[in-house]
Design a protein around this ligand. Structure first.
Ligand SMILES: *[C@@H]1O[C@H](CO)[C@@H](O)[C@H](O)[C@H]1NC(C)=O
Ligand SMILES: *[C@@H]1O[C@H](CO)[C@@H](O)[C@H](O)[C@H]1NC(C)=O
Ligand SMILES: *[C@@H]1O[C@H](CO)[C@@H](O)[C@H](O)[C@H]1NC(C)=O
Length: 291
């Protein structure tokens, strides 16, 4: 055989043996929180579907907890008429709405066919939230999978859509008392009916004739400090990891450009500008995302 042919042959054998490796399965990293019968996977197990119908929605959570890192998943949202339907993708210190939980939320607010989805983000500390922002997206999130990520370290929490930072929540000089940084969090996702508030402030109701509503997930990835009781080593050596090094304490130059574009074009609501709701703005509103 010619050398070239031999090389090709070896490459082909290597490719075949790679693809023969067992794929990661949903059960490795997640468990279903409720309504197992509203959860499905694709035949190869790599895409996960959450269903909402008139009876119930569905949710899943990671088996592990993490403190700080980069958390990422691809989501494709309910298409067509999804008014009233909320798909939540979030991190939380506990499985439930306990009175002392910390939480970082992405919520996707459905809409009538052809009307834009909104993405709402929120931060909770010790059971209190009220830190909502709402953004438009620059694509139709129901057509394709897009990547939604959270960067979390002791200096900032950044919400990303396809690597574009849409929201920066700061802990500048560690003086933000409303910054969740002590407790490890699970990652969750769920779909539920929220037609009392979600779409046009609750005016648009869920059309159950269009059920089931399905949101799809794939490619979960974490580069972070996985929690082990009582205290994992990576918590004290956290600055050895890229997600908690100097470069990750601030937006990069490119990220600042993207973020400026988002701020100019896509922000629908920012609690830090809502002086009617907060005659005295929460303390952290004075922290600059550009620092
Ligand atoms: C997913 O589960 C596998 C097998 O238990 C584990 O080795 C891996 O660390 C988990 N991944 C994450 C991101 O937690
Ligand atoms: C957290 O909230 C609970 C009540 O909801 C309160 O008793 C407790 O003092 C708070 N903890 C901190 C650290 O603020
Ligand atoms: C739904 O569409 C209406 C009309 O375009 C828009 O005002 C609203 O912001 C959209 N999203 C939500 C979640 O209400």
């Amino acid at each position: 055989m010619e050398t070239r042919v031999i090389v090709l042959f070896i490459v082909a054998v290597m490719a075949a043996s790679c693809s023969a490796q067992p794929k990661k399965s949903f059960q490795d990293n997640f468990s279903i929180m409720w309504s197992e019968d509203h959860f499905k996977t694709s035949e190869d197990g790599q895409i996960w579907y959450l269903n909402l119908d008139k009876d119930t929605g569905c949710g899943f959570q990671t088996k592990q907890m993490y403190r700080f890192g980069w958390f990422s998943m691809k989501l494709k949202l309910v298409g067509g008429d999804s008014a009233g339907v909320v798909t939540a993708y979030y991190m939380c210190t506990e499985n439930g709405a306990g009175p002392t939980r910390d939480e970082l939320d992405f919520e996707f607010l459905g809409n009538r066919t052809g009307e834009p989805y909104l993405i709402q983000t929120n931060v909770y500390k010790n059971g209190t939230g009220n830190r909502e922002m709402r953004h438009m997206l620059w694509f139709d999130p129901t057509e394709d999978f897009h990547t939604y990520s959270i960067l979390w370290n002791s200096h900032q929490i950044v919400f990303f859509v396809d690597k574009v930072p849409i929201r920066v929540y700061k802990n500048a000089n560690y003086d933000n008392n409303f910054f969740p940084n002590e407790k490890p969090m699970y990652l969750f996702s769920s779909i539920w009916n929220a037609d009392e508030w979600a779409t046009r402030g609750g005016l648009e109701k869920t059309d159950w004739k269009k059920a089931p509503f399905v949101s799809s997930y794939k490619e979960f990835s974490v580069e972070g400090c996985q929690w082990e009781d009582p205290y994992p080593a990576c918590v004290s050596t956290t600055t050895k990891n890229w997600w908690d090094q100097y470069e990750s304490w601030h937006l990069t130059k490119d990220q600042k450009n993207d973020f400026a574009w988002v701020e100019r074009n896509l922000v629908i609501y920012d609690y830090c500008k809502d002086t009617e709701r907060f005659p005295t703005l929460p303390e952290e509103c004075s922290l600059s995302p550009w620092d």
